[in-house]
Design a protein around this ligand. Structure first.
Ligand code: GTQ
Length: 350
């Protein structure tokens, strides 16, 4: 008998002006005019728009930045892949993800700092650069994933002789939103011996030190592409019926996500394969490491070439199709699922 009574909530304009003025003077706001906006029916309002950043058109602008802005004037020479749905000035790809294409030229050094947001780098092209993270010197080769978890000192250098470009993925928008984003500058670090990629060289085998245990929260910082690619090929061969040939980048000591807030994955699309990913609550980012893929994201369709990057809002099914009929294609994926799971808001709607 009460059905329909709550269909039409009162508007702000329905309230007398003097009452509204009094509320305002006391920093008070009536909920009912805004209730449906903050708690929309069934599906959240998302500012994140399906957006594609083709590498071919972005690269000349990044190289131009190399001419226009010396590293001393940039500290980090980055073009941010900003989602127009959020407003470009917000510099976010989704609610929790920031994406940037960073350029380092031969001989340049991006000085040491550390910050609260977590970062990863996915190397796009070039040879000879390295990043020094928490004392581990990580060579940067195409397709390598390198972690820069919260609080670890990091600096980037380049001993090679051509431009090096990588994709930065940070949880900066989230950390900034919770008013916890800041950085510290520091002196250049000394490189210590030891490489996580060597200590954890094979899946299922981890070091068991007899005398001292590693106290590192992040024991593996560099995930070489050669290893990820070989693991995907071997998974695909072992399980010919497996639809999603996908691996998660994990902390090899705990088996959990490599970082706390964002999740990172390597996906292999078999020759000619079409893969439908279910509509899940977290937003996603796709970056083509090798080959090409068509990405259908809601109503939008992008033809992704090698090194292209796109993002998809949450609660949206995504269909990926390998553009190659005769060879696999490889896609790096970042998403917000560790965050959603920890917050208890993760959903898979199929
Ligand atoms: O390389 O440390 O794209 O601090 C944004 C902030 C890269 C970095 C970014 C950063 C870095």
């Amino acid at each position: 008998m009460q059905e329909g009574r709550f269909d039409q909530l009162g508007r702000l304009e329905d309230l007398p002006q003097d009452y509204r003025d009094e509320l305002k003077a006391q920093n008070l706001v009536p909920l009912w005019p805004s209730l449906r906006a903050v708690l929309p029916p069934d599906v959240p309002t998302r500012q994140t728009r399906a957006t594609c950043w083709p590498y071919r058109s972005l690269k000349p602008l990044l190289l131009k930045a190399g001419e226009l802005t010396p590293i001393e004037k940039a500290e980090r020479r980055v073009l941010v892949l900003a989602n127009p749905g959020h407003g470009l000035e917000k510099m976010q790809a989704s609610a929790a993800m920031y994406l940037g294409m960073q350029l380092l030229l031969p001989g340049e050094l991006a000085p040491a700092h550390r910050h609260t947001p977590n970062a990863v780098r996915m190397v796009v092209e070039g040879e000879g650069a390295w990043t020094l993270v928490g004392g581990e010197k990580c060579p940067m080769r195409r397709g390598d994933l390198i972690l820069t978890p919260t609080g670890l000192w990091h600096e980037h250098g380049h001993d090679g002789d051509g431009p090096v470009v990588w994709l930065d993925v940070l949880d900066l928008p989230l950390v900034y939103y919770i008013e916890a984003s800041y950085h510290l500058e520091g002196p250049s670090q000394a490189a210590r011996p030891g490489e996580g990629a060597k200590a954890y060289a094979r899946g299922g085998l981890r070091p068991t030190p007899v005398f001292e245990r590693s106290d590192k929260a992040y024991p593996m910082l560099r995930y070489p592409w050669a290893e990820a690619r070989a693991a995907l090929e071997s998974l695909a061969a072992d399980q010919p019926g497996l639809e999603a040939v996908q691996l998660a980048y994990v902390n090899p000591e705990t088996g959990s996500d490599a970082e706390n807030i964002l999740g990172f994955y390597a996906l292999m699309l078999r020759p000619g394969q079409t893969l439908r990913l279910p509509a899940r609550s977290p937003a996603m980012v796709f970056h083509v490491v090798e080959g090409g893929a068509d990405a259908q994201i809601g109503e939008q369709r992008f033809a992704l070439a090698e090194a292209d990057t796109c993002c998809a809002p949450g609660y949206t099914a995504v269909t990926l199709t390998n553009r190659r009929a005769d060879a696999p294609s490889f896609v790096f994926i970042a998403d917000e699922s560790p965050l959603h799971r920890k917050l208890g808001v993760y959903e898979n709607r199929g």
